[in-house]
Write a protein that binds this ligand. Structure first.
Ligand code: SAM
Length: 350
């Protein structure tokens, strides 16, 4: 890995570390007020929800997994990443497989309440429901910035297919996740999230855009105020090697810096973040390389399917990319309500 990192340090061309998106960096004037800066950063963070949907649509169109809903959330002018290199599509596939796996596991063990933090244009709820994995009585509460929530709700209302797919106990509301009191109010008072019921929190490339303390407050609440809770998180890690430095610099140039990557830049730090905030039943953090090996083991039908879609030439780069993303699963279940004992020992198939 040292050898490969050296290569990335030397190469001036646009590389995989810069491929979290395909949007050129903004050109900022020399002096900006604090408010202007904050508004720009907020807009840049919001735009990542479009990149996420676009990346997912690109991979879905290539056949990596089925999603009959994601295309509704991508406009034609938000050209999907259909020309993304295979390793990028595989990365997106791993991302979706991680969240799916934990959500299914939680539901299979009787969980009926999911909170999707920074849900953006995510379609997991609709896909699970479409595949009969989402029980009718399960509540799926999503939150994101008010602009994102309003846009998603408008999109759902505009398409009969989406109205039906997002039926059931689904709700998307606007709130700034950094305002923990407002977040609690929306979830508990407005959406009826019950702290006595087992609850899964999902954070798919979201908290990394917030200051570490803001994410800590959410984790602390999820781990201490709930009788039983699970947390699944995906985010960037390893800001300090050559690849990581380029990745961090490139995303910062886009205007949405990875604010908590310095504090939680390794799987070990990620694991401790949850273990010390109420998730003491079990918590595990893996790189996406490990996640891929466990979810799509070599020789499995899933791995063969992925291999059949596109040839992956840049194997070293693929591993380097996957090494810079972390997958965390944490559990707080003192009463053993869910009968999920050791997520770390179970290869995600508890
Ligand atoms: N989780 C979705 C997915 O994976 O498809 C969207 C991921 S996107 C990279 C990050 C999302 O987090 C955006 O929708 C953004 O608006 C949301 N987000 C980031 N910081 C937020 C904050 N402080 N309050 C509310 N939403 C936030």
């Amino acid at each position: 890995s040292k050898k490969i990192n050296k290569k990335w340090t030397k190469k001036p061309r646009k590389n995989i570390a810069e491929m979290n998106d395909f949007v050129p960096p903004s050109t900022a004037p020399a002096v900006e007020s604090k408010e202007t800066k904050e508004a720009k950063e907020r807009a840049a963070v919001i735009s990542t929800s479009i990149d996420a949907a676009s990346a997912k649509l690109g991979a879905v169109r290539k056949g990596y997994w089925d999603d009959p809903f994601v295309h509704f959330f991508v406009n034609e002018d938000q050209e999907p990443l259909t020309h993304a290199p295979p390793l990028f599509n595989r990365g997106t596939t791993t991302r979706v497989a991680c969240i799916d796996c934990v959500a299914r596991l939680f539901l299979e063990h009787g969980g009926r309440q999911v909170v999707n933090l920074g849900g953006g244009s995510d379609t997991t709820y609709a896909r699970l429901r479409h595949g009969h994995a989402m029980p009718d009585d399960a509540l799926w509460a999503e939150v994101d910035f008010p602009e994102v929530a309003a846009a998603k709700n408008a999109r759902i209302a505009a398409h009969p297919e989406l109205r039906s797919a997002f039926g059931g106990r689904y709700a998307m509301r606007g709130v700034d996740l950094r305002d923990t009191d407002a977040l609690k109010h929306v979830l508990v008072d407005e959406l009826g999230v019950d702290t006595q019921k087992p609850t899964l929190f999902v954070s798919e490339i979201v908290m990394v855009y917030m200051d570490a303390e803001a994410g800590d407050r959410i984790i602390e609440w999820a781990g201490r105020a709930f009788a039983c809770s699970m947390f699944v998180t995906l985010e960037h890690i390893r800001p300090d090697d050559a690849f990581g430095r380029r990745m961090v610099a490139h995303i910062a140039e886009r205007g949405c810096p990875l604010r908590s990557i310095a504090a939680y830049g390794t799987p070990e730090k990620q694991q401790a973040r949850y273990a010390t905030r109420g998730f003491d039943t079990a918590s595990s953090a893996f790189t996406m390389n490990e996640a891929y090996e466990r979810l799509l083991p070599p020789g499995s039908a899933e791995a063969r399917h992925v291999a059949s879609l596109e040839i992956l030439d840049e194997v070293e780069e693929w591993h380097l990319l996957q090494d810079h993303y972390c997958f965390v699963v944490a559990l707080h279940d003192p009463q053993h309500t869910l009968h999920i004992d050791r997520p770390d020992a179970l290869g995600f198939r508890l």
